[in-house]
Design a protein. Structure first.
Length: 401
């Protein structure tokens, strides 16, 4: 049986980073993956300016009880005259610093009367001055290739006057569910049938990662039907996810369908719970990942193994989000021969630790636990783990996006 980390690595290795890029407007770049490192073309700020409403002075001119004549008043966008010795210039936030001035005293620490200003609190030299290039300096790297563009990045790009950026294409993900026992939500259930919850769940998980759900198909348990679906999906998609049908039963037809299409399927029993059966194949250049048919198992395998693949297909810098650590807050003692990924809710406490409360029902059929949990806690194989134990925590806020 394959250990979890090896299986995870094999799936990651099956994903290929993109080489094609496309240019899009900055205003449409939210959530896209930057395909080229961005360097500053101008200094930000472009000139020294005031960080506060106040008075620009020469620090050397300050003396307790001394009033300074107000030479000029300058608003943001005005060009100030050079500051004369022994005088002050009234500035506002964003106003350019006058030549010769080196300090801004905030208005709250001053009294103005008869065009003179008296400073009540001794300033420090350089106080309240934003210096040219202190935020972004011309020629310096400001955003690295492979970053997911967020609203802060868009502000940075706009501040540089950039209107278009090169990004990687959004990968197209295909989903195939199989099984005569499944019917679509909204349709009447016949005896022996259940609703297909895997397809909408996986589609939502793909969308959370900002990838494209290109095609979702359901195939009856016949070899021609499954082959036709796999042919279409592998031709149109960058990654295909199949659900169920990869074991060795009479109606587990995904494996022979892939083999008859020229692919070779590696079916593993992974030493993890939930999610033991995982498959990997290629049809042409398209990777095919076979997920367990149980929704909870499918959820776990997608979160831990498929999401890193999609991040690589997107061109992100890092396929693996950070793993946090927390303390189990449960009287239950967990012990098993497989790595177990239990559904938990995390809460930070005043002591600075993250506490993880397991769902009361950890069975792989408990779909309601998925909406309840904030992440998955990793219980090492062949260890007794209970109250207060520190374990790895896969936060869905990091692993699901």
């Amino acid at each position: 049986m394959l250990d979890f980390d090896t299986a995870q690595d094999r799936l990651i290795q099956a994903a290929v980073r993109p080489t094609r890029t496309e240019r899009i407007p900055v205003h449409a770049a939210l959530g896209r993956i930057l395909a080229d490192t961005v360097q500053a073309t101008i200094d930000i700020p472009p000139a020294d300016n005031s960080a506060m409403d106040g008075y620009a002075i020469r620090f050397a001119d300050y003396a307790e009880g001394v009033s300074l004549p107000i030479q000029q008043r300058c608003y943001a966008g005005d060009i100030p005259d050079p500051l004369e010795a022994g005088k002050a210039i009234r500035l506002f936030t964003g106003s350019l610093m006058p030549t010769g001035a080196d300090t801004v005293v905030i208005q709250e620490n001053c009294t103005e009367s008869d065009d003179q200003v008296q400073i009540h609190t001794p300033p420090t030299q350089g106080l309240n001055v934003r210096y040219r290039g202190e935020d972004m300096s011309q020629g310096k790297t400001v955003i690295l290739k492979g970053k997911t563009i967020n609203s802060g990045h868009i502000a940075m790009l706009a501040s540089q006057g950039i209107t278009e950026v090169d990004v990687y294409p959004i990968p197209k993900i295909g989903i195939l569910t199989t099984g005569d026992e499944l019917t679509e939500p909204g349709q009447p259930l016949k005896e022996g049938q259940i609703y297909n919850s895997n397809a909408p769940m996986l589609a939502a998980m793909v969308q959370q990662l900002n990838a494209s759900v290109h095609l979702v198909l359901h195939a009856k348990d016949t070899l021609p039907t499954i082959q036709a679906a796999l042919t279409q999906l592998s031709q149109e998609c960058d990654l295909v996810l199949t659900v169920g049908g990869v074991s060795v039963g009479d109606k587990d037809l995904v494996k022979p369908a892939i083999e008859q299409l020229g692919g070779e399927m590696n079916l593993w029993k992974v030493r993890m719970k939930p999610g033991k059966p995982v498959a990997l194949a290629h049809i042409g250049q398209t990777p095919i990942v076979g997920l367990p048919g149980n929704p909870v198992s499918s959820f776990a395998v997608f979160t831990l193994m498929v999401s890193p693949m999609i991040r690589i297909l997107q061109g992100r810098r890092h396929a693996m989000p950070r793993v946090l650590y927390g303390k189990l807050d449960s009287d239950t003692v967990f012990h098993g021969w497989r790595e177990e990924f239990i559904r938990v809710q995390a809460r930070p406490d005043a002591d600075g630790f993250l506490y993880l409360t397991p769902h009361a029902q950890q069975g792989s059929a408990i779909i309601s636990s998925l909406g309840w949990s904030t992440g998955l806690a990793r219980i090492p194989a062949e260890q007794h783990v209970g109250l207060g134990a520190t374990v790895a925590y896969y936060d869905l806020k990091h692993w699901g996006y």
